[in-house]
Design a binder for this molecule. Structure first.
Ligand SMILES: Cc1cc2nc3c(=O)[nH]c(=O)nc-3n(C[C@H](O)[C@H](O)[C@H](O)COP(=O)(O)O)c2cc1C
Length: 207
């Protein structure tokens, strides 16, 4: 079977982790490499992957995560942070980020103009810059889950948390970093829950 499909079949939203099994540093490094290799719109990389290895800190956030056992039973929790203020059009980071492409000045400035236009006319009328950057965090989330599965490591993506409470407990400067989504990593303690998916005919259309 195709190795990606194999990993995707292994992956499930793991509810019961073995609290005694830890993800090793090499595997964690591979998973984080996959996260950092994930694409972002205009290559802005407006995110940060905050790895909670400490049991103490995971115990502290668990009540703000609907008291979900995965937070403390898993080996690690990765908090994926969006950085909306970094990519607001007037932030100097935007120009710097386009400059690292090494294009002629004219082309760089054209990119900046296109970016500003895109944010102002296509993104912000429909959603906040937080929502736009948080959407992209889910690409990192998906790659984390698939990379972990390819290593036989289980994950649980988690939106079940109170954003402001988690940010306060982690003492985040929310002017810079805001929580998008969490993912628990570790090893399953029980059987994989049965997979439920609608039919391909319902989910896929080819024109
Ligand atoms: C963005 C997102 C947030 C989720 N949040 C939670 C969560 O907080 N707690 C949980 O137990 N499962 C959570 N899930 C898991 C889903 O319920 C699960 O992926 C879905 O039922 C399909 O099951 P499967 O992943 O095992 O195929 C979340 C999934 C996604 C994609």
């Amino acid at each position: 079977m195709n190795t990606v499909i194999e990993a995707l079949n292994f992956r499930h939203a793991c509810k019961k982790f073995d609290p005694d099994k830890k993800v090793g540093p090499e595997d964690l490094d591979t998973i984080l490499r996959a996260a950092c290799l994930s694409p972002t719109s205009f290559g802005m990389e407006a995110w940060k992957f905050l790895v909670l290895a400490s049991e103490k800190i995971r115990e502290k956030i668990r009540p703000a995560c609907w008291d979900q056992a995965q937070v403390t039973d898993a080996s690690h929790v990765i908090v994926i942070l969006a950085r909306p203020s970094l990519v607001e059009p007037d932030n100097a980071y935007v120009l710097d980020n386009f400059q690292r492409r090494g294009l002629p000045e004219e082309a760089t400035l054209a990119y900046v103009d296109r970016y500003k236009w895109y944010l102002q006319t296509e993104v912000n009328p429909r959603m906040s810059t937080y929502a736009w950057t948080a959407k992209q965090c889910y690409i990192g989330l998906a790659n984390i889950m698939t990379a972990a599965a390819s290593l036989g490591i289980d994950t649980c993506p988690m939106e079940g948390f109170e954003k402001e409470k988690v940010e306060a407990i982690l003492e985040l400067d929310t002017g810079e970093f805001q929580v998008a989504v969490l993912v628990a990593l570790g090893y399953r303690a029980g059987e994989q829950t049965p997979r439920r998916r609608h039919s391909r005919e319902r989910l896929v259309e080819i024109l």
